[in-house]
Design a protein around this ligand. Sequence first.
Ligand SMILES: [Zn+2]
Length: 88
Amino acid sequence: MTAYHRCTRCNSDMMMDGVYIVDDQGVRIVVSAERHPEQSGVSHPVSTLVHACVCGSCGYLELWANRPNELWEAFQRTEQSRADAPAT
Ligand SMILES: [Zn+2]
C-alpha cells in the first residue's frame, strides 16, 4: 500500500487511502481468521480492522486488513492443526 498508487481500474492518481467502512450502526468492519490453539481445540477468532482505499475518479474500492500479519499467524496455526488432526 502506498499513498501514491494508481487506480487499477481507471489509472487515476486520485486514490484516497485510509478511509474505512462502517455498518449502519457506525461500527467499523473487521476481517477474522479462526485460531485453533494446540491441545485445547477451542477456536478463537483473530480479527483486525479493515481500511479502504477509494478511487476519487471512478469509485473503485480496495480493502486492506490493518494487521495482516496477525491473521496470517492464526491462519497458519489453523492449517497446522488440520494437518496434525487424526483422520477419522
Ligand atoms: Zn479509478
